[in-house]
Design a protein around this ligand. Structure first.
Ligand SMILES: *Cc1c(COP(=O)(O)O)cnc(C)c1O
Length: 554
């Protein structure tokens, strides 16, 4: 190995405070003994069951498994804390010798970074964002001192609401040799990809996310640090052993099990953000509404004290951010429910303009929820409209293939699966196929006016032929050769199984033939060709309301 390029672990290790490097965590008997026991007499707990008489799981494996599927990062890269406050404090404790180090934050920004710095006796260096709150990487980097251990960036930024420029952040990651923390508390409102995608390239990057905002669980106090597994490991050694209570873990798992409901609420809030941005901008009292990628708006008023007082009188509290850098005259207004937002507009003398009414669904929609001992799958679709698919199965390659179905069939498709991936991919792939088949079958309803047949020919440099007949008879033919055992994280044996289960539950004839040099391209060709064939078969033929069969039913 080139001695000038240390491996990521030694690189991180060199940045840790000396006393943290060899810290031995508080160990529990249950950490030491992984097998499931019948009788627990190791922790001086009270044996009588009250639901909370046992200590919680110290490493929250169930929550991490779910978040791993949803966030598409391995569970070993996820640390869970008591709110984001805990990982914010931990990065100081891990990397900053008290009284002898500094951190840089891009201001105006979230107040907790400097509070945690003060508690840990770390100097704070402010790097100003520009007047439109954009990040000047070179200016920030010019402020790095020899004792600077951390850079905090918040994107979308609080209180300004904007995403920071991706290239500017990458420039900092490429240049700064300490730890860079990117706080993505509001990333779900931004419609932009997370920096977790770059963790492999930047092992000194820590991404913070939270269940407090888009997920609607502020009361549970659960925040995440997503980082190199070595950083996660050290954070886990330093944290309080039982930092997330049983009740909080259980409630979080319950809410996370329906990520599509959370996604719907985020969509609604993003619609309201647009409506409020427009409605506030035309008020005579408003000087400027800053563009927001988050669930709040920074608004500059001609007289912010007057606006604040009027709102208080009406029982509405917003946040006065006028003392923050470059924020004079500004209030920060969280996006509420449509009714709450109307009330705020009314108090400020605005016209209540129509709510961005959600796109009304067509009648060929369906959702299927399927739960077995091994998996829990939710599939939703609308055959008559398209929007980008929302897919999370815990299997990256399957996610990618299901996205192809959404994009190439031009349907709205959401698929969430929490499965027993610690065993293997079998149940997850099979149960997703079953639920997808059931959902398509149900969305098609009486099949009136549809094309019924679909066929599709060469795809990419690999050739894939998919023939489909939604006539109701089941026949499955598979003629595809693979060269290897896996494509990505899915075993190739599972692909015929996937389409067979799908054809049985969609009740269709499905004939698939494909060949090519590269397994990835072959199977991608199969999924795209399937999607194209499906698109033809489910498409409504204009002015045709009959069932496309000489028998009158399908
Ligand atoms: C709200 C918020 C958080 C979330 O904090 P929790 O402790 O997880 O509730 C983190 N960072 C920023 C910038 C926030 O605005």
């Amino acid at each position: 190995m080139n001695r000038n390029i240390p491996d990521p672990e030694s690189e991180i290790r060199a940045l840790l405070r000396a006393n943290i490097r060899n810290i031995v965590p508080y160990s529990t008997a249950r950490d030491d003994c992984q097998a499931r026991m019948d009788i627990y007499l190791d922790a001086n707990e009270n044996p009588f069951d009250s639901g909370v008489n046992r200590y919680p799981s110290p490493h929250q494996p169930q929550l991490k498994r779910m978040l791993s599927a949803i966030r598409k990062v391995p569970a070993s890269n996820i640390f869970l804390g008591n709110g984001s406050d805990e990982p914010i404090d931990l990065v100081f404790r891990l990397f900053c010798p008290p009284g002898n180090s500094s951190m840089i934050q891009a201001v105006p920004t979230y107040g907790m970074y400097s509070v945690a710095a003060a508690i840990n006796d770390v100097d704070v260096i402010d790097a100003p964002l520009s007047a439109d709150f954009s990040l000047d990487a070179d200016d920030l980097l010019s402020r790095v001192r020899s004792d600077t251990r951390l850079i905090f960036l918040c994107s979308p930024n609080n209180p300004s609401g904007n995403l920071l420029d991706r290239d500017a952040i990458v420039r900092i990651l490429d240049t700064f040799s300490g730890i860079t923390v990117i706080d993505e508390a509001y990333i779900d409102f931004a419609g932009s990809s997370s920096f977790t995608e770059l963790l492999d390239r930047y092992p000194r990057l820590i991404v913070l996310q939270t269940l407090s905002k888009a997920w609607g669980m502020a009361g549970l106090r659960i925040g995440m640090a997503i980082a190199h597994s070595y950083i996660v490991d050290i954070m886990s050694r330093v944290k309080y052993p039982y930092n997330i209570s049983i009740l909080n873990q259980e409630k979080a798992a319950e809410v996370l099990s329906d990520p599509l409901a959370a996604a719907d609420r985020v969509e609604e809030l993003v619609g309201e953000r647009k409506r409020m941005t427009e409605a506030l901008a035309v008020l005579p009292e408003v000087e400027k509404v800053y563009p927001s990628d988050a669930n709040f708006l920074l608004v500059r008023f001609r007289d912010k004290d007057k606006a604040f007082a009027e709102l208080i009188k009406a029982g509405i509290i917003v946040r006065d951010r006028s003392s923050a850098y470059n924020c004079s005259g500004c209030l920060r207004i969280t996006i509420g429910t449509p009714e709450e937002n109307d009330k705020l507009l009314e108090v400020l003398g605005g016209a209540v303009v129509g709510h961005g009414s959600p796109v009304s669904p067509g009648n060929r929609t369906a959702s299927v929820f399927r739960k077995t001992g091994e998996t829990q799958v939710c599939v939703r679709m609308d055959l008559d409209m398209f929007r980008p698919p929302r897919i999370a199965t815990g299997l990256h390659f399957l996610d990618h293939m299901l996205e192809q179905i959404g994009y190439h069939a031009r349907i709205a498709l959401d698929v969430i699966c929490f499965g027993d991936l610690e065993t293997d991919d079998h149940h997850s792939v099979e149960d997703v196929a079953i639920a997808l088949g059931d959902c398509l079958y149900s969305a098609l309803g009486d099949k009136a006016g549809i094309g019924r047949y679909g066929f599709s020919l060469p795809m990419d440099e690999a050739e894939a032929t998919v023939l489909i007949d939604l006539g109701g008879r089941i026949d499955f033919q598979w003629n595809v050769d693979f060269r290897g055992g896996y494509v990505g994280d899915v075993s190739v044996q599972m692909f015929p199984h996937f389409f067979k289960s799908l054809s049985e539950h969609l009740k269709c004839n499905l004939h698939i033939k494909a060949c090519g040099q590269n397994d990835h391209h072959v199977i991608e060709g199969v999924f795209k060709a399937f999607a194209r064939a499906l698109k033809q078969a489910v498409a409504r033929i204009p002015d045709s309301h009959d069932v496309p069969s000489s028998k009158g039913w399908l």
